[in-house]
Design a protein around this ligand. Structure first.
Ligand code: FAD
Length: 691
């Protein structure tokens, strides 16, 4: 039989690996490491890279491209999973593509025997993700035009569509809906339904699984594909680098890119290149022992290019806790190899290696993979083949196939992948499971975003963060569930306050970072600009609604307006609705608000709602209603209204209460009031920063 390209590449890698073994890698000079290039290539720095998708597919022998529009990595993951499944179950030659990396004018020239899939997340207020903005504007544009002028323009295009959204937002899954509509209008043929996953209902994964099977059936029928027994085929190859140790200068120990490795991390700092920022101040904001809310001050003055504006977000690049890293390596039987140096290489030209190599198992698990995240049921099905024995294999297959069983055994307990494997195999090691499957099957460790809680006018070079530490007691599970980034920040806060070896809740972190580059209490960060902004004219009234950590950006807003008032500017009415459990427990920044009031005078009013003090639960939306008359008057004076915090309940209820207030106060029907609220959103008079 003829070898296909993938086979040849696999063989080549094995041969190169073997050569490396026998030569102890001596043929590879430090600067000419054939593996070192793969990360740069994978990240689009390769010169002359084509933006022509048809050319790319022809060059690489693909007949199915899966485009993704992704913000936090989930859509990208789903795209990879579709690619793997298409290949292993149906022999499709699949590739995954970032929407940002290609042009779209030739979508009309994609041959009929190929298929294009779109996995599209909706972001914020129904917006495309950053990497999908151009595509979205192109495809939904009034005067969209393609290279050929066929009629209908996309009559040849076969496509598949899945959207990731959140039903608590008004524009639920609007990306996939609008793109689907646009494609239909242009005459393209959809295969299967346009799927919709709902993060708001917590059913994203199950929605995806329920959608994809009928889609595959429809696709197989349409393209005449035969299903075969699916086996795991790696798209990443791993080669142990015997000649390198973790102390070799070219080995990445968690450094995010080459500049960081070489010690001279330079700007511009952005989502691909974090700034290692000093934490210069930190404190606890809650007065209770069992819950924590952190206030941190991050100094960006040494960064050169980093700047922020009031209302922006800061991203924290977390590190996984030592215990979870250990458990992960142990269950795979890699504990003795944790510092072994490996290179990871894309086995096919369209695959991406998600981190720079050569590196170590430990560094990959600690700095680059979401090892603590919820487990994908489909992934367990894939791993069944590598179970340590037949009983475990059967159990894994059952978990993979049975949604309710999976929910009961795994999801309910908040188990991550290592705990799941360990529970299912009763501690037996998974030494047969290829490490590549985990790199391919787990999400890349994601930065966490925080609404900046300081004003850039008051402290342009110091960013404040207000973060509540994520911890949940899970019934039936011995230890509480711990969030990744916030517990890492808690450890950093303890260190900043003088504890040399902090162990919050028994968790330890490599706080000094790769090669001690984060020593002296540093954290990798970048800044993301947002549209959540104060009116440029400070005399305009504003209404802010931010319970819990939702108050974060409003601390920045009030800080700014207090500063403006102090400097003699005319500052308008400033209403802040804040809610928490009890005044004595979690009323954050209580004394600061009093300080700000000294500058702002009676123009500033803080309206509090303590949900656990009286016989009835009182929330910010109740207080808003009590203030109906003034709220309505301010809105009629074109006050800006801001909501920040919990998207699932609070933000939705505030929206509803607002419509009620307008209806009652203006004596108009509620449908009309809802229309007014919608228009306020459309004109940015009503802004949300919710998560
Ligand atoms: P993670 O480890 O990411 O866990 C988060 C949640 O995911 C858990 O609570 C749980 O529900 C689920 N989960 C994770 N692992 C599992 C598992 N194995 N099984 C089941 N469920 C699991 N937060 C603030 O405190 N302050 C802010 O100002 C703030 N601003 C934000 C602004 C924006 C734009 C966004 C998007 C978010 C903001 N957040 C803010 C939230 C913040 O980004 C983080 O999501 C939060 O701090 C939790 O991060 P973590 O890494 O500690 O938790």
């Amino acid at each position: 039989a003829q070898l296909d390209t993938l086979d040849i590449i696999v063989l080549a890698v094995i041969l190169v690996g073997t050569a490396a073994y026998f030569t102890k890698g001596k043929v590879w000079g430090v600067t000419k490491d054939p593996y070192a290039a793969s990360f740069a290539n994978a990240n689009g720095h390769k010169a002359g890279k084509t933006r022509n998708i048809i050319e790319k597919m022809e060059e690489t022998g693909k007949n199915c491209v899966i485009f993704y529009g992704s913000q936090t990595g989930t859509a990208e993951d789903y795209a990879s999973r579709l690619a793997k499944e298409g290949k292993s179950r149906f022999g499709l030659e699949t590739m995954v593509a970032d929407l940002e990396d290609y042009d779209y004018e030739n979508l009309d020239a994609i041959p009929e025997d190929k298929v294009v899939m779109f996995v599209l997340a909706t972001y914020g207020e129904g917006e495309p993700t950053d990497n999908a903005v151009d595509f979205y504007e192109f495809i939904t544009g009034e005067d969209v035009s393609f290279s050929n002028s066929a009629d209908p323009p996309l009559g040849n295009l076969n496509y598949v569509a899945f959207g990731l959204g959140n039903n608590t937002y008004e524009h639920y899954n609007s990306m996939v809906r609008n793109v689907n509509k646009a494609l239909e209008k242009l005459g393209a043929h959809r295969i299967g339904e346009a799927g919709e996953g709902d993060d708001g209902a917590g059913t994203m994964e199950e929605d995806f699984l329920a959608w994809k099977d009928p889609m595959w059936a429809a696709l197989a029928a349409k393209m005449g594909l035969e299903e075969r027994e699916s086996v795991y085929e790696p798209i990443l190859g791993i080669v142990e680098r015997e000649n390198l140790t973790k102390d070799s200068p070219e080995v990445y120990l968690g450094e995010p890119n080459k500049m960081h490795l070489e010690g001279a991390a330079k700007g511009p700092f952005n989502a691909h290149n974090p700034y290692i920022a000093p934490i210069v101040e930190s404190k606890e904001l809650f007065s209770v022992k069992d819950r924590n809310c952190l206030h941190l001050e991050v100094d960006i003055s040494g960064s050169g290019n980093l700047s922020y504006q009031t209302g922006d977000h800061i991203a924290i690049w977390p590190t996984n806790p030592g215990q979870e890293v250990e458990q992960f390596l142990n269950i795979l039987g890699l504990e003795d190899k944790k510092d072994t140096v490996i290179s990871v290489k894309a086995l096919e030209p369209t695959a991406k290696v998600p981190f720079p190599t050569p590196t170590t198992y430990d560094a990959i698990v600690r700095y680059h993979l979401e090892i603590c995240a919820p487990v994908s049921r489909q992934f367990l099905g894939t791993l069944a083949a590598f179970a340590p024995d037949e009983t475990v294999k059967a159990e894994m297959a059952k978990l993979g196939n049975d949604k309710d069983y999976f929910q009961e055994k795994i999801s309910k307990n908040h188990y991550n992948i290592a705990r799941t494997l360990s529970v299912v195999s009763d501690g037996k090691k998974w030494t047969n499971a290829p490490f590549s499957a985990f790199i391919e099957g787990l999400t890349k460790l994601q930065p966490r975003y925080y609404s900046i809680s300081s004003s850039s006018v008051v402290q342009p070079k110091k960013i404040s963060i207000t973060a509540v530490v994520e911890t949940q007691v899970i019934p039936g599970r011995a230890d509480p569930f711990k969030g990744v980034a916030t517990n890492y920040l808690l450890a950093l806060k303890q260190k900043q306050n003088g504890d040399p070896n902090p162990e919050p809740f028994g968790l330890t972190y490599e706080l000094t970072g790769p090669r001690n580059k984060y020593d002296g209490v540093h954290v990798p960060v970048h800044v993301r600009h947002s549209n959540f902004k104060l009116p440029s004219d400070p005399s305009k009234p504003i209404i802010m609604i931010g319970p819990g950590t939702g108050v974060a950006p409003f601390r920045g807003f009030v800080q700014e307006r207090a500063h403006q008032a102090k400097s003699g500017e005319n500052v308008g009415r400033t209403l802040l609705f804040f809610g928490c459990r009890k005044r004595e427990e979690d009323f954050v920044y209580e004394s600061e608000w009093e300080e700000y009031k000294k500058s702002l005078g009676d123009n500033f009013e803080l309206i509090t709602a303590f949900s656990r003090e009286g016989p009835n639960k009182v929330y910010v939306q109740h207080r808003l209603k009590e203030k109906a008359q003034e709220v309505n008057e301010l809105l009629q004076k074109k006050a800006y209204l801001y909501v920040c915090g919990d998207a699932a309940n609070m933000a939705r209820e505030v929206n509803a209460v607002l419509a009620q207030i307008i209806a009652e106060q203006r004596g108009i029907p509620e449908t009309k009031a809802e229309e007014i609220v919608k228009n306020m959103r459309a004109s940015n008079q009503y802004q949300e920063d919710v998560w």
